[in-house]
Ligand binder design. Structure first.
Ligand code: ATP
Length: 272
């Protein structure tokens, strides 16, 4: 099987902080892959470098065999990205945003319109298609962002926390769309903190901790007969701070006796 994504020694430092410490990420083509790791593990920085949004300090990244920084046009034609902190053109309507994305990708107008209508229907955004994006809710923004990332039918789709703020019905729809997408041989890579979701959707998992890949491979191999959450906690070493005596004051509030009520002055007879 060919690899949709392959990085070698990917490295990024912010001042003294090493965010990504030499990452060899591999994702086979056709995978539904999850990139997981605790807060600050380096997931977003890694995805930003692979998608050409952030220049690495060292290492290489390839998509479908094309070098991200040497062949940016080849790479950008093949990828769709739903980045963290999604910025959209707020003064366009949802439909205009899709039209703009499709035309920017060089698709013929009629084809863009056909795909945009289908995506709006699937994402349950038809009723909001002519509303300005600035007036969209968080979940609606995710959905129009995803529609825009899918419109040119990318070979590899990168999603940073795609289900955050999305209601369960819409999440189900997104899942079905993404499953169909990978079943046809395309690749999805998404970052998430929700282990149940990763376990349910993914057939490939990469676990990051402190800028390193600490486990990577088929889901069954990474979880090794345990629930993914257990494997994850073992791999990244759960801190156990909450059990270690910290926050002993938290939760005791309800058991504290209520302070005695302040004496209330008798209403004065002459007050009226
Ligand atoms: N622009 C920046 N300037 C300075 N430090 C940064 C910057 N972006 C990220 N970092 C640092 O790099 C490290 C990795 O951050 P990153 O956002 O990649 O982690 P993450 O795994 O995506 O975290 P989360 O799950 O919380 O989104 C963190 O220590 C973070 O503080």
């Amino acid at each position: 099987m060919t690899d949709a994504v392959r990085t070698h020694g990917l490295f990024k430092r912010y001042g003294q902080q090493i965010a990504v410490a030499g990452v060899d990420l591999v994702v086979p083509a056709g995978s539904f892959a999850g990139l997981v790791g605790p807060n600050g593990a380096g997931k977003t920085t890694t995805l930003s470098m692979i998608t050409g949004l952030l220049r690495p300090d060292g290492g290489t990244a390839e998509i479908d065999g094309f070098h991200v920084w040497r062949d940016p046009v080849e790479v950008k034609a093949r990828i769709g990205v739903l980045p963290e902190g999604l910025r959209l053109f707020e003064r366009l309507s949802g439909r205009e945003l899709l039209t703009y994305s499709g035309r920017l990708r060089g698709l013929p107008k009629a084809e863009v319109e056909r795909r945009a209508e289908e995506l709006l229907t699937v994402m349950d955004l038809t009723g909001a298609a002519d509303k300005l994006v600035v007036d969209y809710s968080t979940g609606m923004r995710k959905k129009i962002g995803l529609a825009s990332a899918l419109l040119h039918n990318p070979s590899v789709l990168f999603l940073d926390e795609p289900f955050e703020g999305v209601d369960p019905v819409s999440a189900n729809t997104l899942t079905e769309v993404l499953r169909g997408f990978t079943a046809s041989g395309s690749t999805v890579i998404f970052s998430s903190h929700v282990m149940d979701l990763v376990e349910r959707l993914c057939d490939w998992v990469s676990v990051m901790n402190q800028g390193h890949i600490v486990a990577q491979g088929p889901l069954e191999q990474v979880r090794g007969g345990r629930r993914l959450n257990e494997a994850f906690l073992e791999l990244v070493g759960g801190t156990g701070h909450a059990r270690g005596g910290g926050l002993s004051w938290l939760g005791a509030g309800a058991r504290q006796p209520a302070p005695a009520p302040a004496p209330v002055d008798e209403p004065r007879q002459d007050a009226q």
